[in-house]
Design a protein around this ligand. Sequence first.
Ligand SMILES: [Zn+2]
Ligand SMILES: [Zn+2]
Length: 451
Amino acid sequence: MTTHTGSRPRALSWPGRQLEDDGARRTYSTSPAAGRRRPGVGLRPHVHRIATELGLSGFVGNDGQGAFVEVEGDPLVVESFLDRLAADPPPLAAIERIETESLSTRGDDGFTIVTSDHAGGRDTLVSPDVATCADCVREMTDPADRRYGYPFTNCTNCGPRYTIVRDVPYDRASTTMAGFPLCSDCAREYHDPADRRFHAQPVCCPACGPALLLVDMEGAEIPGDPIAVTSRLLRDGEIIAIKGLGGYHLAVNAADEGATARLRARKHREEKPFAVMAVDIEMAGQLGEVGDAEAALLRSPAAPILLLRRRPDAAVAAAVAPSNRWLGVMLPYSPLHHLLLGHHGETIVLTSGNVSDEPIAYHDDDARDRLSGIADAMLLHDRPIHMRVDDSVVRVTAGRPMPVRRSRGYAPRPITVPWRFPRHVLGVGAELKSTVCLARDNRAFVSPPHR
Ligand SMILES: [Zn+2]
Ligand SMILES: [Zn+2]
């Protein structure tokens, strides 16, 4: 039962945290500076859970300016609510400051998540895409789970974000999942505050979500289980275009000399190394030197391509990274990757789906046209990609991550600097692959590189 006091409700807002890595640094303050938070990281369900457990009434929501919360109840309980938020944020939350103010009481019953207010300003941060979490991997590999083998499994703690968001605030209707109405099971999860998928916008399952389709280069469906058949074609030395999170990749078996050399010739890519995807961290360690810092980055929510010092006996074909001491290695970061690599059991090359120096293909028709001279088959799905994003490339230098290409998993999260820009600043750079940076307040928004 809620106790109303004269000095109770609070309005809170969460500004986003912006760090190059996914370290645990958080700062809090009650400064009056305008605050924003990063939506799509499960803050609303998390707030709902804590408020409900404490018996507080009120609401949480997003508007164009970020998130807001009002809670009403005994002042001591309201204080413990604030303490819980600070001490126990959701796994992906980016809390920089918590701002509070006192409002007059309303006497509401219960705690609700209010629908997004589309009328507000448009100052909300969009979250980067997040690598599949351990809970989702477990479900996909559990024959008793209804998402067993489902290549689009996601939850509040993982899944596509930036690549599917068409507009803010971040709601399903504003994503490329808008065309996939929730089935009753998914709707129950979405509306259940105790569920890991409570208000997870891209939530879906085999009954209601996107599906895979394997086609030849004329567009004719290749019969059979798309993942099993793709694995077989890779073993046969074929080049497969795979639709990913932020664009198309081209895949071949990494140890296959003929297939990697053919891919290099068809892509007109004479020297630049190909990145590979290992099945797991142990296999990554057989390709290159993996210390604690490297392992943490490979397994991080950003899951970048990591440049590893190549082992002399690394089981990759000569054409993967000719005369290079480094090998770009990543781990599966989407449900499709987990299923494909889990089935396949061998390292694959996974390189941008383009002809050398062109941007990565990300629209289906465009991809078929541009990749028809390169790929032998295409593993497609029907979830549109709204934003083109390449894989990020990171190197560990003196024990710290050094971004070489800051893109998927990092973009569009801004970098926070310890000063305020007096006015908006635009930076443009590089001749071959241009990056744009727009700075305002204490944030620098660095674009993914564009060719
Ligand atoms: Zn998950
Ligand atoms: Zn469903």
